[in-house]
Design a binder for this molecule. Structure first.
Ligand code: SF4
Length: 398
């Protein structure tokens, strides 16, 4: 499918909107009222630190709502006002934050249901309004909604659109896109729908496995089995790993993405030699600025003397999970929670250890002087962070 031609025709449709309905100034004001926090503002002004009795809180110097998320949330609210009587759907969570998504539900915005990753659009009718979230939607979903006569409000973050352009460029020049991402993540699903031939690799380990194969040290059957859910239809590792372009989900760990890029460059260099490298390898870093800033701030935060770290964000939020990984890599006692209510007045916390189910831990905040680091993912409003800090303050007072 010519995805570029489809996008061009969609953008010219009077049933498609990617600018929203309000002025940027009004948007900023509205979001400030809904999600900003005066406590967080004063902590920022105090060098990102708060001392409350025996408790010292150190905030990361970049955390929380990013520009793309703010824009998507504001556009969703504007859409409700602009279409007060129409049925409004959203193809997925607008962002990975339970409180923001609940707020939209309260405004009677309906979420398209999905079973085992397959969305059910059967209840969506002509004339309905459908919002596409910040991490985008697949080209097939857009096509279906357009053909059904829906109004599409596209809040896809421009950083995500940039990745789509990158894989379209690979496709145009017959390169296979190696996408560093999570195969079931909505953003990666959308990105692969714009790619031609593609292979999704989760991490450096998987990238190394692919590199070994390129260098003739792999087994075809094992390769096909291992990546069976991660490549484009008809993918042939013997034919489709000769010309590679690298792209990534915008919220992956930046250092790992860079390493994967270098690994494939080195691999293609060994396989084809320096003169032919440009024929066989194209790199492009598509990590977004907000993700990069939050990860850099986390690397500074973990250098602080901390007793524990609280990472706040949706459990299915990729950028939040990577912040948690940084804490774990430094051996810091850390807790990933998605909402303040996970911290209880009896000094217990229900949190999600990386790759595991929810776990309740008693005696969460230790006695005596205690240093707590806090960060939050790009989908987490400051008010939520404030609420967590207030819970910690209360616990430290007991
Ligand atoms: S994390 Fe980056 S790509 Fe995702 S919405 Fe925010 S700015 Fe856009």
């Amino acid at each position: 499918m010519d995805t570029q031609a489809f996008k061009r025709s969609l953008h010219h449709s009077d049933r498609y909107n990617r600018r929203g309905f309000g002025s940027p100034a009004k948007r900023a004001e509205e979001l400030e009222q809904a999600y900003q926090s005066s406590l967080i503002g004063s902590i920022r002004d105090n060098g990102y630190e708060l001392q409350h009795g025996r408790l010292r809180v150190k905030l990361a110097e970049a955390f929380g709502f990013c520009w793309g998320v703010e824009r998507a949330v504001a556009m969703a609210y504007e859409t409700r006002r602009h279409y007060p009587n129409e049925r409004i759907w959203i193809t997925n969570e607008i962002i990975h934050n339970p409180s923001v998504n609940d707020h939209l539900r309260n405004m009677n915005v309906k979420f398209i249901s999905a079973e085992e990753g397959v969305k059910d659009f059967s209840k969506v009718s002509e004339g309905d309004v459908v919002i596409l979230p910040a991490f985008g939607a697949t080209v097939q979903e857009m096509q279906l909604l357009h053909e059904r006569g829906c109004h599409i409000i596209d809040t896809t973050c421009p950083w995500v659109s940039k990745v789509w352009h990158t894989v379209e460029k690979h496709k145009k020049h017959t390169f296979t896109s190696i996408i560093h991402g999570k195969v079931k993540h909505e953003e990666t699903l959308a990105t692969s729908s714009f790619a031609g031939t593609y292979l999704v690799v989760l991490d450096l380990d998987e990238a190394q496995y692919v590199a070994e194969y390129i260098l003739g040290r792999g087994n075809r059957e094992q390769f096909l089995e291992r990546f069976s859910k991660a490549f484009s239809p008809g993918f042939d590792p013997d034919k489709d790993l000769q010309r590679l372009g690298v792209a990534n989900q915008t919220t992956m760990l930046k250092s790992e993405t860079e390493e994967i890029g270098r690994l494939f460059e080195k691999t293609m260099l060994s396989r084809y030699g320096p003169k032919a490298l440009s024929e066989h390898f194209l790199a492009f870093n598509t990590i977004c600025d907000a993700t990069e800033e939050r990860q850099d701030a986390m690397f500074s935060l973990v250098d602080e003397p901390l007793d524990l770290l609280v990472v706040i964000g949706g459990f299915n939020s990729s950028n939040t999970t990577h912040l948690q990984e940084i804490a774990i890599s430094r051996g810091i006692r850390s807790f990933h929670i998605d909402m303040p209510e996970r911290i209880d007045d009896d000094n217990s916390i229900t949190h999600k250890p990386l790759g595991e189910d929810l776990l309740k831990e008693e005696n969460f905040l230790p006695g005596g002087e205690v240093n707590v680091g806090i960060t939050s993912g790009a989908s987490t409003p400051d008010r939520v962070v404030e609420h967590v800090i207030r819970k910690l303050m209360n616990l430290s007072d007991i």
